[in-house]
Design a protein around this ligand. Structure first.
Ligand code: KG4
Ligand code: ZN
Length: 358
């Protein structure tokens, strides 16, 4: 019997939406997504002294880093330019000057390689990061996706890949932004999420008595929206008053954000009768959030036996998907995967759209 001829597609993805310059090569065969390379050049140290991302500085860094990141991605994947089928780039949402830097570079590359260029929505890419190195049937649809990053906190109903309905989002600060701003108030470095998480992890070890209580904004409202600016203000108020334990404060900030995110996501999952809950975005790298989501969805799960990489809930009716931590924060492999679903669309003009909606 003749071997089945399965077409392999190789996509080069580029993401410069915020402060990471990333280029990846992903091979897609038989609806399986394999990362050949996923290079992320982080500008964290540069922006740390400003306590957040400085757009014009980030743009200049992207410009400087892109050629070297491309070479590294090609070298690591052992691919030549001729072996690439498509070039993909994040066109939004994100910081406009940064997005343009990636788009201009992608246009040059696509022209040089004589390959089609595909624009990608960064939010969709965060969701589809869950398909990478998973099975083709990873998504049990309909699903609710919670995208939690430095710029977004959104609940999205997915009927099928490519058909999304935004059902709720933050009315002010994003969850990641709240971590970052709270860290700044506490005199901690940027990005605040992983730093607050590391401080919070010391809480159990210290066994400090728990006195401090922060609000859980909008946790019980009937809609699917969020609000985190009040939480940040409450932290500021307590810090000004003094007399607080930093570790306990970090633990309470993290727990407040986790409580709200889990409560609202599970409410949405029940209301819409979905088959899976899908996480994405930098805040989804938070270990406590991942553990507590898993426990809430599947109370029988033995956490110690679960690998932090990818957790799939077999027993309960709702399947829980979260990418490996490295694919939660910004990367270009997720951009290449999202582009795969849009490769047949003809796009004439690619423009940066800082506020692009899903
Ligand atoms: O998705 P991402 O890399 O970039 C955006 O698209 O915004 O998300 C960055 C955000 C930052 O606010 C950062 O503090 C947060 O994700 N973050 C975390 C963790 N790792 C990154 N928040 C909580 N816990 C973490 N482990
Ligand atoms: Zn992102």
């Amino acid at each position: 019997m003749a071997a089945k001829n399965i077409k392999t597609i190789k996509i080069l993805g580029i993401d410069t939406s915020c402060d990471d310059t990333s280029i990846a090569l992903v091979k897609i065969q038989d609806t399986r997504y394999k990362i050949l390379s996923n290079v992320v050049s982080s500008q964290v140290k540069l922006h740390a002294k400003y306590g957040g991302v400085f757009p014009s500085l980030a743009k200049r860094e992207h410009q400087k880093n892109l050629p070297a990141v491309l070479n590294e991605a090609l070298r690591f994947a052992s691919l030549s330019q001729g072996e690439i089928d498509f070039v993909a780039v994040t066109s939004g949402p994100g910081l406009e000057p940064c997005l343009w830097q990636g788009i201009n570079f992608a246009q040059e590359i696509a022209k040089k390689y004589k390959k089609p260029l595909i624009p990608v929505n960064h939010i969709e890419a965060h969701i589809l990061a869950n398909l990478i190195e998973g099975s083709p049937t990873s998504f049990n649809l309909p699903a609710i996706a919670l995208v939690v990053s430095g710029g977004h906190t959104q609940l999205i109903l997915i009927k099928k890949i490519g058909r999304y309905r935004l059902i709720g989002e933050t009315r002010d600060d994003a969850a990641g932004e709240c971590f970052d701003k709270a860290a700044r108030i506490l005199g901690l470095s940027y990005p605040g999420g992983p730093i607050i998480a590391a401080e919070a992890a010391k809480y159990k070890i210290q066994n400090t008595s728990h006195k401090l209580q922060l609000p859980r904004p909008m946790m019980y409202t009937k809609d699917y929206d969020f609000s985190f600016s009040g939480l940040k203000t409450a932290v500021l108020y307590m810090v000004k008053q003094g007399n607080y334990d930093k570790i306990e404060m970090c633990r309470e900030i993290q727990q407040s954000i986790i409580d709200v995110l889990i409560h609202k996501t599970i409410k949405a999952a029940k209301d819409f009768g979905v088959k899976s809950i899908i996480l994405g975005g930098g805040v989804a790298a938070n270990q406590e959030l991942r553990n507590q989501f898993e426990l809430k969805i599947n109370p029988d799960a033995n956490m110690s036996g679960l690998r932090p990489k990818r957790r799939r809930n077999q027993k309960s009716k709702i399947k829980f998907l979260v990418p490996p931590e490295i694919l939660c924060t910004d990367n270009a492999a997720m951009v290449a995967v999202a582009a795969y679903f849009h490769r047949a669309e003809k796009v004439k003009n690619i423009e940066a759209d800082a506020n692009l909606r899903i």
